[in-house]
Design a protein around this ligand. Sequence first.
Ligand code: UDP
Ligand code: CA
Length: 257
Amino acid sequence: SLHLINIFSIASGHLYERFLKIMILSVLKNTQRPVKFWFIKNYLSKQFKDVIPHMAHEYGFDYALITYKWPTWLQKQKEKQRIIWAYKILFLDVIFPVSLEKVIFVDADQVVRADMGELYDMDLKGRPLAYTPFCDNNKEMDGYRFWRQGFWKERSGGRPYHISALYVVDLEKFQETAAGDNLRVFYESLSKDPNSLSNLDQDLPNYAQDTVPIFSLPQEWLWCESWCGTATKSKAKTIDLCNNPMTKEPKLQVRRE
Ligand code: UDP
Ligand code: CA
């Protein structure tokens, strides 16, 4: 069907705005369906805001700039990176118009190689969120898979630890199950400890899985160099640049290859 696909993303800084433009084009290149992009505007540069209407016109997509005022009662974040992460996950129920049924988050530094319509239409089995579990086929990284030990192993109850670079939100299910309130309650208690939620946007939904269930997407929906082996790269439907805890190599270096 030619049903609209809604995608949201967030970017700050020249580099990530460049990545974001590449992501947009990669989505459009792989679908026949109309696409609307929702950008969280907090950190977008004037340059980007000036250029986006022209891009929309030229490539034929719709877009909206959105934000939500940080609630006074909610634990604040000081670092920009953590504020960005917070906007990825904390306000999903209030940042979009109530009429929006579904939205897919795509990291700015991700390249899409499949029809996002397929992901948009996927049956999430009644769960409000859908994420891809971390790959386990890059064996070199076994020592860095923190979710296989200690706290996260205990917490998971056998469920996968998912990566937050791409996810689907069934906004109707999300509202119906008060997932936004539930996530903010977990956030409020966890964020009192500055050592918890070290990857806020990823740790929070993984931590809350018991209350806010996650549908685990097929592995090919997210491939990233750091965690996935080269054997599965050709099947990847999206490729994310993700930090490598072993090499800490700058992202531009990786993209140039
Ligand atoms: N981001 C950004 N500017 C930054 C860092 C991050 O806009 O300086 C946004 C951007 O959308 C990016 C997302 O936050 O895709 C996640 O950050 P990153 O991709 O660096 O994390 P990783 O995928 O390595 O976990
Ligand atoms: Ca990324």
